[in-house]
Design a binder for this molecule. Sequence first.
Ligand code: IVH
Length: 675
Amino acid sequence: MTAPASAAEHARHLRSEIQRHDHAYYVLDAPTIPDAEYDKLFRELQALEQQYPDLLTPDSPTQRVGGRPLPQFAPVRHAVPMLSIRTETDTEASGARAFDARVRKELELRETDKAVEYNAELKFDGLAINLRYEDGVLVQAATRGDGETGEDVTQNVRTVRSIPLRLRGVHPPVLEVRGEVYMSRPDFDRYNERQREAGRPALVNPRNGAAGSIRQLDPSLAAQRPLSFFAYGLGETRGWTPPGTHGEMLDELAHYGLPVCEHRAVVAGAQGLIEFHDRIRALRNELPFDIDGVVYKVNSLALQRRLGFATREPRWAVAHKYAPEEAMTTVEEIFVNVGRTGAITPVARLVPVFVGGVTVANVTLHNEDEVRRKDIRVGDTVIVRRAGDVIPEVVAVVPEKRPILAPEFVMPKKCPVCGSAIEKLEGEAIARCTGELFCPAQRKRALQHFASRHALDIEGLGDKIVDQLVDSGLVKTPADLYRLGLDAVANLERMGEKSAANLLEAVEKSKTTTLARFVYALGIRNVGEATAKDLARHFGSLDALMAADAEALQQVADVGPVVAESIRRFFDERHNTDVVKHLRAAGVHWSEGGPARAAASRIAGRTFVLTGTLPSLSRDDAKELIEVRGGKVSGSVSKKTDYVVAGAEPGSKLEKAQALGVSIIDESQLKELLQ
Ligand code: IVH
């Protein structure tokens, strides 16, 4: 039905009102109406568009979440290449001086010439995106890719509320804006908390959160991840004369309604850069998002043009990082943690301290030797360091602050959980609880491992639930998982009928697996994912593997006497073979083809290297598809590599493959081989 003029006018009005409120809320952080009022406007517009579909426009706020899952992202060729910037690794003031000196030299300035003006800003830690606006409407969003060609992620970028779907005021006919999509700390924490409550996997860090959602093929999933955006540069523009400086250009973008970070400054010379670097260092922990340093850019666009580019990096910009953060605190206790294979790890409980953007309360001390070497004792004042996403560590003790009574750490003789003896073998750094599956701590870890993503992948069987299942005595071995009843599970804390049913469904689903996953899931010491795959490929069936003696086991690539011994020891234990038997009796199964079947495919025996982001397959999926067909996936390119599978942003592996003349294929060619 064609809409009457009055309806069209009303829809226009509603859209512009909603856009105005969105800008106030998401960009200016200054809400203009109560949420309920906003929702009313939104629903009114939705109803109108439903009644008269011809009123629907691509810049309508109702279109932020919509669209169907894509089979893969379409490539986008950038009109102006998206380059990266050089990183200054000297984190001191001298790093800023070196950049200024380089710029002055390139511009042939003398010492007596005046200071160069810079625009200093933050280096956001997310994913670079190019937004293309035509006649003020967002028409395309693309990732950086290899700088020349990126991926069309328009659907997902539309879900980012602070990105305007229509520019405000008088704007150029064609404007490409570049910036960073990121996830704020509070949004990250809230999202992860919800995930954990639902027994779903949490995000590793905000950067992965942002990159992962933008690369999500299903826009409704992307919409569930709260993302934000900051503009920091330009791509192609038409019909527009940009202002004379980078700083003014950013002001202009802000006028168009784009989010531009307030922490930026026009400064003079090296001294100005150093002051900015210091100022942001002090501010860093209070920022609601992660940064990866600061960026300095020559402010005058005319000078930028004069400086130009060196290979793929502009000479007029540099990223200046910060030294890893350190903080001082005291050790309240040193306790030990019991791992899956009984490994006893000393952990320092600290007076919580804020360092590198997070609060650190527990730090692993790795092993007894490490505690000795650093001489860490209860009561000690220690320096804790955390750099980026790296796990926090105790760097050193401050000796002059040691209290008079500070006893040396001694490894307990008995497991704190089950009371079994703790034993440390000759020449090994790791002490272990000898309780094996009698030890509830090891049992819990073993179950967590069994259910983990690369093992039998039982979604929703989180750590908390495993703890309850073991503590209540419902589950002793992985086989018990397949005997759980709905009522028993529903009665666990924070469970209920629905979650219990979901969990049991996931348990049921896990029964269909692969031999490699099953072998890995057993948690045999020294048998990681790669070895499990090699074993599965070599023996082809579980019975053959279980029957193999040490010598036969060592026929497998990368299996030496130690690994062979661990495998033999595992299958020589009656309680282990019983668990295997019970699992099979419960219906856990896989297809067993044996090595002969694998050899028939075009993949078997070939070595693949994956690089970059593939359009539809995750790295894990691609790896698994190759490996179940008897292929091998290696981490680095060499002359032995048969194929390099290259996706977006492939990096140095692609260059190496080209240099060595290795065949390079894309995802669709890989899929052909897999057929
Ligand atoms: S300017 C030609 N400014 O850092 C200059 N980049 O290696 C192009 N980044 O991929 C980049 N904050 O994702 C620029 N304020 C900022 C930035 C920034 C973060 C990222 C960007 C790019 C990488 C540069």
